[in-house]
Design a binder for this molecule. Structure first.
Ligand SMILES: CC(C)(COP(=O)(O)OP(=O)(O)OC[C@H]1O[C@@H](n2cnc3c(N)ncnc32)[C@H](O)[C@@H]1OP(=O)(O)O)[C@@H](O)C(=O)NCCC(=O)NCCS
Length: 161
């Protein structure tokens, strides 16, 4: 596996990303409920921003898990997706995404979805390459790193080859 000349360590705060999108009728079923797949697309997109910011390389989605749609999202809602990196192994990175829907008239914001997305950093030849290690600055960073390590071990035990 190659190791390019990028910073050896970066904190989770350095790659954190937030994306805000408005939900339109074309994103939803006839009753106005936004499709899960539409939300997944935005989850993948914001997680990809974090993975590429952290690795400063091309990075591709290798798995998505623990996807939960906790509450409905409706046409007209403003969806805010927050993403942070929890764990880095060699080339693989676990990104946690939280989606929050806002009713723009009432201002009420509800957590509507959560997911973990694993990305792999690729070099210029499309091969897995080392991502910078995580520099853990806060207690939250340390807790999330350890939880991420356990989830990654389980993911690899259960993965389809
Ligand atoms: C990502 C990809 C290059 C990895 O190839 P591979 O032959 O599995 O490579 P490796 O076995 O060396 O694994 C590379 C890393 O991916 C991790 N990985 C592979 N499958 C995984 C899975 N299902 N879940 C989590 N991590 C996984 C490995 O643990 C390894 O991590 P490490 O470098 O941190 O130790 C390859 O699976 C691929 O190209 N997938 C398609 C990606 C894509 O196009 N995504 C968009 C949606 S189609």
């Amino acid at each position: 596996m190659s190791s390019e000349n990028y910073p050896k360590e970066k904190s989770p705060a350095e790659s954190h990303a937030e994306v805000i999108v408005r939900m339109f009728p074309s994103d939803a079923n006839p009753a106005g409920n936004v499709f899960g797949g539409e939300i997944l697309k935005h989850i993948d997109m914001v997680a990809g921003i974090v993975a590429q910011r952290h690795s400063q390389s091309n990075a591709v989605t290798v798995s998505m898990d623990s996807v939960n749609f906790l509450k409905p999202v409706f046409v007209g809602n403003v969806l805010t997706l927050n993403a942070r990196i929890n764990y880095v192994h060699n080339s693989s990175m676990e990104i946690e995404v939280k989606a929050e829907a806002e009713d723009i008239v009432t201002g009420i914001r509800t957590v509507t979805g959560t997911a973990f997305v694993t990305f792999v950093a690729l070099d210029k030849n499309g091969k897995p390459t080392h991502a910078p290690k995580l520099s853990l600055k806060t207690d939250d960073d340390r807790i999330k790193f350890e939880e991420g390590r356990i989830r990654m071990d389980n993911r690899l035990k259960n993965r389809q080859k």
